[in-house]
Design a protein around this ligand. Sequence first.
Ligand code: NAD
Length: 498
Amino acid sequence: MRLIDHFVVGGSGSAPARLGDIFDPNRGEVQARVALGDQAVLDRAVAAAQAAQPGWAAMNPQRRARVLFRFKELVEQNMDALAHLLSSEHGKVVADARGDIQRGLDVVEFACGIPHVLKGEYTQGAGPGIDIYSMRQPLGIGAGITPFNFPAMIPMWMFAVAVAVGNAFIIKPSERDPSVPVRLAELFLEAGAPEGVLQVVHGDKEMVDAILDHPAIGAVSFVGSSDIAHYVYSRGVAAGKRVQAMGGAKNHGIVMPDADLDQVVNDLCGAAFGSAGERCMALPVVVPVGEETAERLREKLIPAIEALRVGISTDAEAHYGPVVTAQHKAKVEGWIAKCAEEGGELVVDGRGFTLQGHENGYFVGPTLIDHVTPQMESYHNEIFGPVLQIVRAKDFEEAVSLPSKHQYGNGVAIFTRNGHAAREFAQRVNVGMVGINVPIPVPVAYHTFGGWKRSAFGDTNQHGMEGVRFWTKIKTVTQRWPDGGGDGSNAFVIPTMA
Ligand code: NAD
C-alpha cells in the first residue's frame, strides 16, 4: 500500500514506528498510509531548517520572490493532478479542490510582492544628525499545523508568507489528507528553493507537542477545531513562541425581509452544502427576520435542497461529495439526531443516504432543520456537515445579537437591499469577517483572514500584512554618524529629540 512519508532533508530515516490510515471517502476504504512522526523526525527537520535558513534569509528578496513565481507556475501546470489528488483524500468535488488550490495560490501571488512589502520605514532627521529606520527580520523557523478541510489553501496561507520573508518552514498537515502538502513542498524545491527551506512532517498529537515544545521553532500557526486551537495556543505561548491559532465556526446568514430570496436560496445552497459543509466559512445557520420571511424562505429552500446532487468527488455534476471519514459521518448524523431530540423540526433528513455503487462511501444527504433555538446544544456547537439550521429571529436586533452572542465569531453574512441595515449590521456584529450579500466572505489574499471569540486565539490574522507581521520581528535602528565632535548632551538623562 502507498506510504506517504515525511518530506525532510535526507529522507525520513528508519521505517516509521506508527502509521495512520488515509481513507478513500468515496468508497469507504483505506487507500494509503501515512507515517506518524515523533521527536526524532522533527529534530532532523529542524536541523535541516537551521542549516538552510540563514542563506535563504540572506538572499535578496527579489530572488526569494522569483522562487515563489516559479512555484506558482509549477502549481498551475500541475493543477489538474493536484486537484484530483486532493479530492481523492478529502472527498470534495474536483472543481472545489481546484478552488482550494487557487485560493492558496492567491497568497503565493501576494508573497511574490515581498520586496515591496519589506521596505520598512525611514525617518530622516528625527533629531540632530539622527535618522531612524526599521526593518522586518524573519523569526528563523516557523511551523504550520493544518486541518483536513483545506489541504492546499491553508498550508499556502502560512508558508507562502513565512518563507517569502526569509524563514524556513515546517508543515504538519492533517493526517487525513497529507499528500497535497507533500506535493507542494516537492514543487517548491523544484522551483529552486534550497533544500530545508520547506519541509513536511506528519503525525498526530505526538508530533504537534514536539513542535510546540521545540526551542528552535519561533512561531506556530495553527488552524483546526477550537479546543485543540486553544491547547496549541496555550502550550506554544508557554514555551515562549509566537502563536496564532484559528478555531471552529458556526456562521450565520441573516435574511432581511427585503432580501432577494431566489438569490439567497442559491447562495445558501452553495454556502451550507458546498464541500459537504466542511468549511470554516460555511453558512450552517440561516436567520430569517420575521415569521413571514421565514415561511417564504423555507418554501423556496425545500425544493432547492431536495434537488442537490450528492455524488462521488470526481462526478462533474455533483454539488458535493462525501465527508472525510466514517467517524465524521457518524458525528454529523449524531448532531442531526440530537437537534431533532432537542425539538428541531427535521424538514429534510439526510441521514441514511447511500449512493448506488458506493454504498460504503461517507455520504450524508443534505439536511434542513427548522425551529432551531439558541438554547440547543446542536446550535451552540459546530456540526461541520451538510446541515442547515433555521433559527427564526423576530426582528433586526435579535438577528444582530444571535451571531454576536455565539461562542464562535468567524464569519457572518447579511442579505438585504437596505444599505443602512447592512452598514449598521457590519458595524455592530461581534464577528471577525462580514459578508453583505456575499455568503462566504473569505477575504482576498492581500487582506487578512481571521475570526473572533473562540474562532481564533492570538491576535494576528493569516496572510496579507497581518501575515507579514506574524512571520517577522521588527527592528528599529536609530543612527547618528560622527561629525568630529559630540553634541555635549548629558548621557545620564534619557535621550530626547527635543
Ligand atoms: P482538528 O482540530 O481535528 O485538527 C487540526 C490539526 O490538529 C491537525 O493537524 C491534527 O493532526 C492536529 N490535532 C488533532 N488532534 C490533536 C490533539 N489532540 N492535539 C494536538 N493536535 C491535534 O481539525 P480538523 O478536523 O482537521 O479540521 C476541521 C476544523 O478546523 C473545524 O473545526 C473547522 O472549523 C476548523 N477550521 C478553521 C478555520 C479557520 O480559519 N478558523 C479554517 C479551516 C478549518
